[in-house]
Design a protein around this ligand. Structure first.
Ligand code: ZN
Ligand code: FE
Length: 256
């Protein structure tokens, strides 16, 4: 199995920047560098040379460090073909179904519109790692700034179809607030209730809750469960269409 070392760099208020390192080749990527300085510092500590900057979407808290990192390291910027004009310093444009190598480790790209129109996710199948940006959070999903509920639901279905042992690396520590919301929708979900308790314990110790296994998200994240009858009932919409249920869950979370 391909080796990929993954390091978390917490920045700003609640952003996670991820460093990926293929020891076999030395290739090193940063995912969604909100800022450059803490990334350069950690790279220095680790002795890693940045070769790629991977952006999931154009928001400044995901691309703000692009140009400074590119200048300091010569790394190549990878971003969405459909959103190239909004990705600072983009060199390599990718889209749904594309694959590329980070050194010796294969990556696959998914278009996952909804949070933004050009949002993409990066999947490293041999490393069992998914970088989901602001599309799929632990127990949550991104706000629909540029997309429809239908688009976002279909984006989430794409991610849900990946192997359950895939670890989901998202871009924000929003888990505790998501957990407080999720528990209200599915009170009979024992796995969810146990997870909520564990999240409170971890956050009480200021520990990160990211990443988490996709299988656990599928079993507990209401935004991945809009087609599950207990969640439909939880929002008072038994038998309703999943897109309508998803839209209602998203609407409620927006005002939660
Ligand atoms: Zn965003
Ligand atoms: Fe963000």
């Amino acid at each position: 199995m391909a080796k990929l070392r993954i390091e978390q760099v917490p920045v700003l208020r609640d952003n996670y920047v991820w460093l990926l390192h293929d020891a076999a080749s030395g290739a090193t990527a940063v995912v969604d560098p909100a800022v450059a300085e803490p990334v350069l510092e950690r790279l220095g500590q680790l002795g890693w040379q940045l070769s790629h900057i991977l952006n999931t979407h154009h928001h400044d808290d995901h691309t703000g460090g692009n140009l400074a990192l590119k200048k300091a390291t010569g790394a190549r910027v990878v971003g969405a073909r459909h959103d190239a004009q909004r990705i600072p310093g983009i060199d390599i444009e990718v889209g749904d179904g594309d694959s590329f190598l980070l050194g010796t480790v294969a990556a696959m790209v998914f278009d996952v519109p909804g949070h933004t129109s050009g949002h993409i996710a990066y999947w490293f199948p041999d490393a069992q790692a998914l970088f989901a940006g602001d599309t799929l959070f632990m127990l949550g999903c991104g706000r629909l700034f540029e997309g429809t509920p239908d688009q976002m639901w279909n984006s989430l279905l794409k991610l849900r179809a990946l192997p359950g042992d895939t670890m989901v690396y998202c871009a924000h520590e929003y888990t505790q607030s998501n957990a407080r919301f999720a528990r209200l929708l599915e009170r009979d979900n024992a796995q969810l209730m146990a997870r909520v308790t564990e999240i409170d314990e971890r956050r009480g110790q200021r520990l990160s809750t990211v990443p988490a296994p996709l299988a656990l998200e599928c079993a507990t994240n209401p935004f991945l469960r809009a087609d599950v009858e207990s969640v439909k009932k939880g929002v008072g919409m038994p038998g309703a269409d999943p897109v309508a249920v998803f839209a209602e869950i998203r609407r409620r979370k927006d005002v939660f």
